[in-house]
Design a protein around this ligand. Structure first.
Ligand SMILES: Nc1ncnc2c1ncn2[C@@H]1O[C@H](COP(=O)(O)OP(=O)(O)O)[C@@H](O)[C@H]1O
Ligand SMILES: [Mg+2]
Length: 325
């Protein structure tokens, strides 16, 4: 099949042509955000799962849907090399600048920007990697104690107050949460907890590896009760079928049932492997429908290209925990 038309998208955070099997989780997050927008309580959401199950693309889609619903969002990816303040401050500033364009929220948004200024100027000594433009002078006493937990709390409360004036929700989409070190994670949890207590419309939708659950609990013992944790895993057979079949069908290409079945058996419905497999099968097939034979040949190619070089049995690779991105 024409490789130029090949829509499958193996990778990290690369959008799949069909985001299959995640409707329920998307709906859960939609309801959480809408509840908070209406002044009701709702727990923040965490999604945990192995590499390659599709957390990043799901988070990205949820963020897009929140924006479409008129909510104020920010998206950050935590990393081992960067501190939480350095990760968060620039995006928070962007969100506040947007909110300041709303007449009802302008004053509060500017106060939020002053909070960022206080936060950054005070904590820059400790977190030297913070780099963010300051739009206003700090307000003495606002988010400038020099204590991360207190200052982060004040900054989120100020940002939440601005979001409330704009009748929106500040939705923080944070990927790779497991990289945040324990002290900073504790500060974030406390800040979100205070925001919830004060009914500030601030919600975290986070994603991370399975160890995130324990890390959150270690950082703050009440974290367990603050978040709804959802496991993101392989796709169920129907969803996997859709992820494989729909993109091809949209291009006028069919896939034989036994070929579909084989792909599912070999990938166990793991999204990354589905994409990889489908991509090879598409490239190898000469004509529609893609047959079992094409899939078998794709297997050999994929195996050669991806797996033998790592000198590990494929089944070990299938654990995904060993993937190195
Ligand atoms: N629901 C899905 N349906 C089909 N393919 C998916 C789905 N979710 C993710 N993928 C694909 O799986 C791969 C890994 O997705 P990614 O979001 O990077 O996973 P994670 O963040 O969990 O490591 C990407 O190639 C992506 O296109
Ligand atoms: Mg990811």
């Amino acid at each position: 099949m024409d490789p130029i038309q090949n829509l499958y998208a193996p990778g990290a955070g690369t959008r799949p042509p069909e985001l299959a099997g995640r409707d329920e989780l998307r709906e859960t997050v939609r309801v959480v955000l809408a509840r908070v927008q209406h002044g009701h309580s709702a727990k923040s959401v965490l999604m945990v799962g192995l590499r390659g199950v599709g957390k990043t693309v799901l988070l990205d889609r949820m963020r897009e849907e929140a924006e479409e619903a008129g909510l104020q969002t920010l998206f950050v990816e935590a990393s081992e090399e960067r501190s939480l303040p350095a990760t968060l401050a620039p995006q928070l500033r962007q969100a506040l600048l947007k909110l300041s364009g709303n007449a009802m929220a302008q004053d509060m948004a500017q106060r939020g920007l002053r909070a960022i200024a206080g936060f950054v100027q005070t904590l820059k000594v400790k977190f030297q990697d913070i780099e963010v433009a300051l739009d206003f002078d700090p307000e003495p006493g606002l988010a400038d104690n020099g204590n991360l937990e207190q200052d982060l709390t004040e900054m989120l409360l100020a940002a939440g107050a601005a979001a409330k004036k704009a009748e929106t929700v500040l939705s923080l989409f944070v990927d790779e949460l497991q990289y945040i070190n324990e002290d900073e994670l504790a500060a974030l949890i406390t800040a979100l907890h205070r925001a919830a207590q004060r009914q500030a419309p601030v919600v975290l939708v986070g994603a991370g590896l399975p160890q995130l659950r324990a890390r959150m609990g270690n950082a703050r013992s009440y974290a367990e009760r603050m978040f709804d944790v959802h496991e993101v895993g392989p796709l169920a057979p129907e969803a996997a079928r859709r992820a494989i079949e729909k993109p091809a069908r949209d291009e006028g290409v069919a896939i034989d049932d036994n070929a579909l079945q084989r792909i599912f058996e070999m990938t166990h419905g793991y999204p990354y492997f589905l994409q990889e497999w489908d991509k090879y099968a598409w490239d190898i097939a000469d004509t529609s429908p893609i047959s079992l034979g094409d899939v078998e040949r794709a297997w050999a190619t994929a195996y050669d290209a991806q797996f033998t070089k790592r000198k590990q049995p494929y089944q070990t690779q299938m654990s995904l925990a060993t993937l190195s991105w």
